[in-house]
Design a protein around this ligand. Structure first.
Ligand code: C5P
Length: 330
């Protein structure tokens, strides 16, 4: 199992990892599969917006609500309200823990997870999936479980289509199939800056794929061409400026855009206004609604975000604006 240096694990009884967000630089839908999912071809990139997941063993003598692992979710970020809430059993963190328990097939001490949430939810940034992948990693460490890459990837896919990408710990990857085929793509030669803007209305992935199925006459995928161009660039350690120059093509390279618009028509206005305000193209990540603009450096992105904060149009009222780095390789 790959333990990224940023994982910052400490003693086995109290462990912590960072769970990054992702951006889809392209998202091609190649067709519907027999299992009801869609065949995808997408360039995924990790970006520097993080949830923190910590786990500690619940001592035998400590009273607990149920004889199961627990998860407390706390809002992160400056100015976030204090206090957390106890998550239900369907949260991907607890599902990951149950899946590890089944794999182990023996009694394991109970864990208390604490999740500090900064990645917007139902936003197309993979926050829940990344938390699930982080929980697989933490649980395996806390319980000292051996997991080979194939077993881990299978468990990850059962949690969700985006989880194998996060479990791979690759910074940039070409993701295919339902999400289970994850191949490395080179990272940029220097960090890119990204401004993400997440409108206040959530957009649910299953609804977007359902709408995709109902749309007729979607033109030939521009996503495949953009994916091939990015893969060529990545192979040679692309300069950030070369990737930023592709933004107009990447903007058209998300096949879910028309379906996302069906589910949430306000997206059209939000993207127009954002592009007007920033003066650069905005891509949609995943099934939306997060929109993102690329910059040749993190400081360029910070400047653009500050200007946007000062002049945000009404269609973006209440949107969460983040500046993030798309890290360089090396
Ligand atoms: O796998 P996950 O639970 O994240 O997927 C959420 C929903 O997105 C699925 O219920 C399915 O409707 C849709 N989906 C899809 N094809 C994929 C990934 C997701 O149809 N490759």
């Amino acid at each position: 199992m790959n333990l990224a240096p940023e994982s910052g694990s400490s003693r086995r009884s109290h462990l912590q990892v960072r769970a990054p967000a992702k951006l889809n630089l392209t998202l091609g839908v190649l067709g519907r599969r027999d299992d009801g999912y869609h065949e995808l071809e997408s360039v995924f990139a990790r970006i520097g917006i993080y949830d923190d997941l910590a786990a500690e063993v619940i001592a035998e003598w400590e009273p607990s609500l149920r004889g199961a692992d627990e998860l407390v979710i706390e809002p992160g970020g400056s100015g976030a309200p204090q206090g957390g809430h106890v998550a239900g059993p369907d949260d991907l963190v607890l599902r990951a823990a149950r899946s590890l328990r089944r794999h182990a097939g023996r009694e394991l001490p109970r864990l208390r997870f604490r999740l500090t949430k900064r990645i917007p939810t139902a936003a197309g940034m993979g926050g829940g999936s990344s938390d699930g992948a982080a929980a697989l990693l933490l649980g395996a460490l806390a319980w000292d479980l051996e997991l080979d890459a194939v077993g881990l990837s299978r468990m990850a896919l059962r949690l969700g289509s985006d989880v194998p990408f996060f479990s791979s710990a690759l910074p940039v990857a070409l993701v295919r199939g339902r999400g289970e085929t994850v191949a490395t793509l080179g990272s940029p030669a220097a960090p890119l800056g990204v401004v993400t803007v997440t409108p206040r209305w959530p957009v649910h992935t299953d609804q977007v794929f359902a709408a995709y199925g109902q749309l007729r006459g979607i033109g030939p995928s521009t996503a495949r061409r953009a994916t091939a161009t990015l893969a060529d660039l990545a192979a040679t350690g692309a300069e950030p400026a070369a990737i930023v120059a592709l933004a107009p093509e990447l903007r058209e390279a998300n096949d879910l855009w028309p379906a996302a618009l069906k589910v949430q028509p306000s997206l059209a206005r939000a993207r127009d206004d954002l592009e007007q305000a920033l003066g650069v193209p905005a891509l949609m990540s995943g099934s939306g609604p997060t929109l993102a603009a690329l910059y040749p450096s993190p400081s360029d992105a910070a400047g653009a975000a500050a200007r946007l904060e000062a002049t945000a149009p009404p269609s973006l009222d209440g949107a969460a604006i983040h500046v993030a780095e798309l890290p360089a390789g090396g």
